[in-house]
Design a protein around this ligand. Sequence first.
Ligand SMILES: CC(C)(COP(=O)(O)OP(=O)(O)OC[C@H]1O[C@@H](n2cnc3c(N)ncnc32)[C@H](O)[C@@H]1OP(=O)(O)O)[C@@H](O)C(=O)NCCC(=O)NCCS
Length: 150
Amino acid sequence: MGGGALARPRALSFLEADGCTWVALAEAMRADGSGFNLLAVRRADGQLVGGVGLTIATGEIGYWLGRPHQGAGYGTEVAGALVRAAFEIVGLDIVFAFTDPANDRSRRVLDKLGFAYGGLREHDFALRGGLRPAHHYDLTAARWRDLNRG
Ligand SMILES: CC(C)(COP(=O)(O)OP(=O)(O)OC[C@H]1O[C@@H](n2cnc3c(N)ncnc32)[C@H](O)[C@@H]1OP(=O)(O)O)[C@@H](O)C(=O)NCCC(=O)NCCS
């Protein structure tokens, strides 16, 4: 798997302050039990490559990779692991994801995981908060089980 040959999509530039906001949000979510954020570590060498998060009440998932680790196929793996945890460990019936309109690579990750497209609408992003247009996606536990029936 890999998207290295394709052009890098127009990326939101994330600053150190955004990283600090993410850590603060993660700590608050862990403290009040409203969700969790996990770091993704490459098995082969222990390298930190990115992170994922789930807000339990809304079923919203998020995922990101450090820039050197983008385009190598990890996105689908880390987002897929989070979806599995949301359904099999947390017991949610549905999860949601929201992408920036220009983020075709993230949309492809969601397509590959079986998410259904719900249209372009405003979404209130926790990081860099405020309403922005976003592509809405959802995946039900029933559909996920159908797709992953082994
Ligand atoms: C979005 C992100 C998680 C994707 O993970 P990734 O490992 O880089 O993505 P992949 O390399 O697996 O590529 C995913 C798919 O997108 C395709 N793709 C890559 N670049 C693309 C582009 N510019 N346009 C369209 N599709 C693209 C790949 O070909 C691949 O599909 P394929 O497996 O069918 O070939 C990662 O790039 C990232 O962290 N970006 C910054 C943070 C972010 O955007 N998070 C998501 C917020 S919603």
